[in-house]
Design a protein around this ligand. Structure first.
Ligand code: F6R
Length: 366
């Protein structure tokens, strides 16, 4: 049932060209410029007139919400907040008429997210679910939604569900944006084509898994890692750090790259591996200067870079290459080497990567 792979985690990482494809299938028609999503179409007035969108989730799904915050604000010009379900539920959150809650969950059974939805519903919010497990509690509690169609995720660490969440959330944002008129038709068509090209690009980058494995073996004995990124790649840095903690039991922190000089830079010495998620985007030049700051303090720089980049590789100790892509879809690519890195380090250390200690696949207790 592991389809010839040693673990579910690596099987699921490798499934991503297909799972993203499955998620787009029947919805995205890049040629005609159509995205078909009944959950969005049937509620388009509610969605496009939202005064505010609040994303509610936990863990990896919360990271998908953070990427979506950047995407929705950019494309739809709607203010977005991203909340940890566990915090949202215990506060006295301000919910106004016309607010839309997007609840993101792989399992659809996460207790904190369920209670947060209940609370938002009581106060009159409209709930849109982005869920993987069909018929799960969160799917049933939502007023509308879109499934991620990533198939069963068995490995405890979430991998393919995350990229599918990003694909769905991007399509929802694009549909709202074109209806609202907050993006040009040209940009819309361009992004449809970018999305359409993602599965093939994921396939290409997975062919370089051995390069990531070699980096994993080189750094597996480090006691701490720092993950840095800016813009759309900032949540990817958080996700990379979470994967390393869960699978490799190595302490890791993710930070926005520019925030590092406000504290974490004190940690940098010649022993500290610093993973930069540094693909070519609007933030690129700024990230280059952040890398220089780390190099000046003798940190070991491991960079996730765009294939044709020559500048960052000349400054870094090790590279993980991803194909060129628009910054809106780039996280679906740049996260994958980080999933692989945690996998290879965990395996090299002899850990049970499919069932890390102390973790459960779905957290059905508060
Ligand atoms: C990380 C991980 C957890 C889940 C979190 C939310 O690899 O698996 O952080 O992402 O427990 O779970 P769902 O998405 O099922 O609500």
């Amino acid at each position: 049932e592991k389809g010839g792979y040693d673990h579910f985690m690596i099987k699921e990482i490798n499934e991503q060209p297909h799972t993203i494809e499955d998620c787009l299938r029947g919805r995205l028609d890049a040629q005609s410029g159509r995205i078909t999503m009944a959950g969005v179409e049937n509620n388009i007035e509610q969605l496009k007139n939202a005064q505010r969108i609040v994303m509610i989730a936990c863990g990896t799904s919360w990271h998908a919400g953070l990427v979506a915050e950047y995407i929705f604000e950019e494309l739809c010009r709607i203010p977005v907040e991203v909340e940890y379900a566990s915090e949202f539920r215990y506060r006295n959150p301000v919910i106004n008429k016309g607010d839309v809650i997007i609840a993101i969950s792989q399992s659809g059974e996460t207790a904190d997210t369920i209670v947060a939805i209940d609370k938002a519903k009581e106060q009159g919010a409209f709930i849109f679910g982005v869920v993987n497990v069909v018929g799960s509690s969160i799917a049933r509690l939502s007023h509308a939604g879109a499934y991620t169609h990533a198939g069963p995720e068995i490995g405890v660490a979430s991998t393919k569900a995350f990229t599918a969440q990003l694909a769905v959330l991007t399509m929802v944002a694009l549909k709202i944006a074109i209806e609202k008129g907050t993006i040009t038709h040209e940009r819309y068509m361009q992004l449809l084509n970018e999305l359409h090209a993602v599965p093939e690009k994921v396939k290409t980058l997975l062919e370089r898994a051995d390069e990531v494995k070699a980096i994993g073996l080189k750094y597996k004995d480090a006691s701490d890692f720092l993950y840095l990124g800016r813009g759309y790649n900032f949540p990817v840095a958080l996700e990379g750090a979470l994967k390393l903690k869960e699978i490799s039991y190595i302490h890791a922190e993710g930070y926005p790259a520019a925030e590092m000089k406000h504290g974490p830079i004190a940690l940098v010495d010649e022993k500290l591996p610093v993973v930069f998620v540094a693909t070519k985007d609007a933030y690129y030049e700024k990230v280059v200067s952040n890398i220089q700051e780390i190099k000046a303090r003798k940190g070991q720089v491991i960079a996730v870079v765009t294939e044709n980049d020559e500048v960052i590789p000349s400054m870094s100790n090790d590279m993980m290459y991803v194909p060129e892509a628009d910054e809106i879809v780039a996280p679906m690519l740049s996260v994958i080497p980080l999933q692989l890195l945690s996998y290879y380090i965990g395996v090299a250390k002899g850990f049970d990567v499919d069932k890390p200690r102390n973790l459960a696949k779905s957290v059905t207790v508060e």
